[in-house]
Design a binder for this molecule. Structure first.
Ligand SMILES: Cc1ncc(COP(=O)(O)O)c(C=O)c1O
Length: 380
């Protein structure tokens, strides 16, 4: 390995949301989707060069950065996009909320699959829309999008589907077949798809490929808002930089209009980091994926060996969705917190009985957390 993912970086006294939640307590934080790795040196260098300049005025995305994004989507995902389709944003969550607001009217319906990354559950209500949820289907140890239930859930007021692909918190890479079925229904029923693809670079299984929803056909592209960002892949969430890709000009204009005066500019350093991330860090990313794969394999083995816990295979992301129902614990999140491991509570994701574990950390830290979980379980 050329890059070091093993050394623990001390994040205390950096106002880290992840670490400060448990400030002064012996709890390993494994909740929010923020990795404990330092970003690649090329990004740090780019930020240092930019800060050395000393003037931090309003900044726009350079042509170079736009081209890097266009090339990357073509080369990595076989998706041809036009530079004009890009709308830069300070975050993907802003994009989810704008998507809810720019289509339809107050009281219209927005559909999403559960369990869901909780901003998906909040965005419709924030936007005066009704949230309609469709449970994902778990069969033969694999979570699948339930196309039939989705179709049945569509009323005359349904306007938008918020789709998470790859799927946080389930770690699924939605297949081309699943996406084709989902989008066929959306075309038929005139539903706009907001496809959050923030985790698309984090595919762990060699036999899985990320298919951008909008790349399926022109017809689908025409009704799709795709959200991407370098923030999960290169661990830059504090730099607030994301992109919406919206091929349909009318939809893009509505989206932009909704953002006016409310959604702030992308910050200068976010652009600098995104440029370096997308143009200079492919080797780092390949090694990161190897390391995460190792963490995932270790975690899956360990969890499967623990009485009362189960997890499905994580195909993508650094997030494991762990079923604790067989332990009989009333509040598993609080229980593991008391045992020294801070997880995300499944109830926030509309997934009671589950916890989400972020394994984007050094192997030794993950091992320490696993040992704490094992020791705390009633059967241990
Ligand atoms: C699916 C998904 N979308 C969006 C976000 C957050 O995006 P941002 O920080 O750019 O708003 C996350 C962060 O965990 C996520 O998992």
């Amino acid at each position: 390995m050329t890059y070091d993912f093993d050394t623990r970086v001390d994040r205390s006294d950096t106002n880290s949301a992840k670490w400060d939640k448990y400030k002064g307590r012996d709890v390993i934080p494994m909740w929010v989707a923020d990795m404990d790795f330092a970003s690649p040196a090329a990004i740090i260098d780019a930020l240092q060069t930019r800060t050395a300049h000393g003037v931090f005025g309003y900044t726009t995305a350079s042509e170079g950065l736009t081209q890097v994004v266009v090339n990357r989507l073509r080369d990595r995902y076989a998706w041809d996009v036009d530079a004009n389709w890009l709308v830069w944003l300070p975050g993907v969550i802003s994009g989810l909320n704008l998507a809810c607001r720019c289509i339809g009217e107050d009281g219209d319906e927005v559909i999403t699959a559960t369990p869901a990354y909780y901003p998906f559950l909040q965005a419709p209500e924030n936007s005066r829309r009704q949230l309609i949820t469709v449970p994902m289907d778990l069969s033969a140890g694999c979570w699948r999008f339930d196309v039939d239930r989705f179709e049945q859930s569509i009323s005359s007021r349904a306007r938008v589907l918020l789709l998470c692909s790859p799927f946080n918190p389930l770690g699924r890479v939605l297949s081309s077949e699943e996406l084709t079925e989902i989008s066929r229904i959306c075309v038929q029923r005139d539903i706009v798809i907001c496809s959050d693809e923030i985790h698309s670079d984090l595919i762990l299984d060699a036999d899985k490929v990320h298919v951008p929803t909008a790349s399926l056909s022109r017809e689908v592209a025409d009704r799709t808002i795709t959200l991407i960002a370098p923030s999960k892949t290169f661990n830059l969430p504090g730099l607030s930089c994301a992109v919406a890709v919206i091929p349909n000009a009318q939809l893009r204009n509505r989206f932009k209009r909704e953002a006016q005066g409310i959604v702030p500019h992308v910050n200068t350093l976010g652009y600098a980091a995104a440029h370096a991330a997308y143009s200079e860090c492919a080797d780092w990313l390949a090694e990161l994926l190897d390391y995460l794969r190792g963490n995932r394999d270790y975690l899956e083995r360990e969890i499967k060996s623990m009485a009362g816990l189960q997890m499905t295979h994580v195909e993508a992301t650094y997030l494991a969705w762990i079923d604790t129902k067989a332990t009989g614990l009333d509040d598993p999140c609080r229980f593991f917190e008391a045992a020294g491991v801070g997880l995300s509570d499944g109830t926030r994701f509309a997934g009671a009985g589950y916890v989400r574990l972020n394994f984007g950390c050094s192997r030794s830290m993950l091992q320490e957390a696993v040992e704490r979980i094992k020791a705390a379980l009633p059967s241990a």
